[in-house]
Design a protein around this ligand. Structure first.
Ligand SMILES: Cc1cc2nc3c(=O)[nH]c(=O)nc-3n(C[C@H](O)[C@H](O)[C@H](O)COP(=O)(O)OP(=O)(O)OC[C@H]3O[C@@H](n4cnc5c(N)ncnc54)[C@H](O)[C@@H]3O)c2cc1C
Ligand code: FES
Length: 266
């Protein structure tokens, strides 16, 4: 697919957000899905060779636009941060398996760092039919972005930073654990660093609360062909692990099925 960049805004020295016009993409994307994008203005430049996976941060179906929140970490995202308005970019259709949406439930969304990116889209959709609390953690104030979206599309927004520069001081998982004394959530949706996801898994009563996580494994093809994004899950055969492709069967998985020791080993 191709789309025209309407805006590419640098939010601070770590993050940017890019808004792209593509009716076809905007009409077909679901929360939790991702795309593979070439961070170059010309399709014939294959440097970097591989397209980069990014979660879908926001969709405006009426305007036919979508947004991607990116953290500038390496070559691809640096190039993306330099893309100018009106540039035509090339990207895949919406990929992967997204979140299973709920209705009439009390849910918590937990996002850490740039893992918050797919949660804005999710929060917007869930807020239509559910009570939604958002727990958003980062290392410092710079990591806390797009709060106006969560303020509009959640019942409560709770923020924590490790250095205490904004919100509670400490890990968002600590604040979340504390909140469980007062709240009975039906379902938890989480995306962020793997140790954060594992901490949530350890905190909740996994037999009673539904738990879906979005995993950001390294990806090469994004379409299930290279087997570069395999994760281990509990298979139907209790004696063997089931290997799943994060880009096709995920990136959203039932947190109960993941073998966390293998996912968190890096
Ligand atoms: C399904 C999915 C959704 C994602 N959504 C987002 C998003 O919405 N916003 C966002 O900023 N990033 C997201 N990521 C991560 C993003 O794809 C990588 O940060 C990006 O590909 C890095 O490209 P680069 O060329 O800038 O860095 P590279 O030069 O390729 O690498 C720079 C550094 O980033 C690390 N890195 C690369 N890929 C990943 C990864 N997948 N996970 C953790 N570390 C990585 C490398 O180890 C290296 O240390 C997502 C990844 C996946 C798989
Ligand atoms: S990235 Fe190639 S199979 Fe998942």
């Amino acid at each position: 697919m191709k789309g025209i960049v309407l805006e590419n805004k640098i939010l601070n020295d770590k993050y940017g957000i890019i808004c792209i016009k593509s009716d076809e993409f905007a009409q077909n994307a679901a929360p939790g899905q991702f795309l593979m994008i070439r961070p170059q203005p010309y399709d014939y430049i294959y440097d970097p060779l591989l397209r980069r996976p990014l979660g879908i941060c926001d969709i405006n179906e009426k305007k036919g636009t979508f947004s991607l929140l990116y953290m500038i970490v390496g070559k691809g995202t640096k190039l993306l941060s330099k893309i100018k308005k009106k540039t035509e970019l090339s990207f895949s259709e919406p990929l992967g398996t997204g979140f299973n949406l709920t209705t009439d439930k009390k849910v918590a969304i937990i996002g850490g760092g740039v893992g918050i990116a797919p949660m804005t889209f999710l929060s917007k959709i869930l807020h239509e039919n559910n009570e939604v609390d958002v727990f958003y953690g980062g290392a410092e104030e710079k990591d806390i972005l797009l709060t106006h979206i969560f303020e509009e599309y959640s019942n409560n927004l709770i923020i924590a930073t490790e250095d205490g520069s904004i919100g509670h001081k400490g890990f968002i998982t600590e604040v979340f654990e504390n909140s469980l004394k007062f709240n009975n959530y039906d379902k938890i949706f989480a995306c962020g660093p793997k140790p954060m996801l594992k901490a949530v898994y350890d905190i909740i009563d996994i037999e009673k609360i539904e738990f879906e996580v979005s995993l950001e494994e390294r990806m090469a093809c994004g379409i299930g062909a290279c087997l570069g994004c395999i994760i281990s899950t509990i298979g139907t055969d209790p004696n063997s692990n089931s290997q799943k492709r994060c880009c096709v069967e995920g990136p959203v998985f039932n947190g109960k099925e993941i073998i966390w020791e293998t996912v968190c080993k890096e």
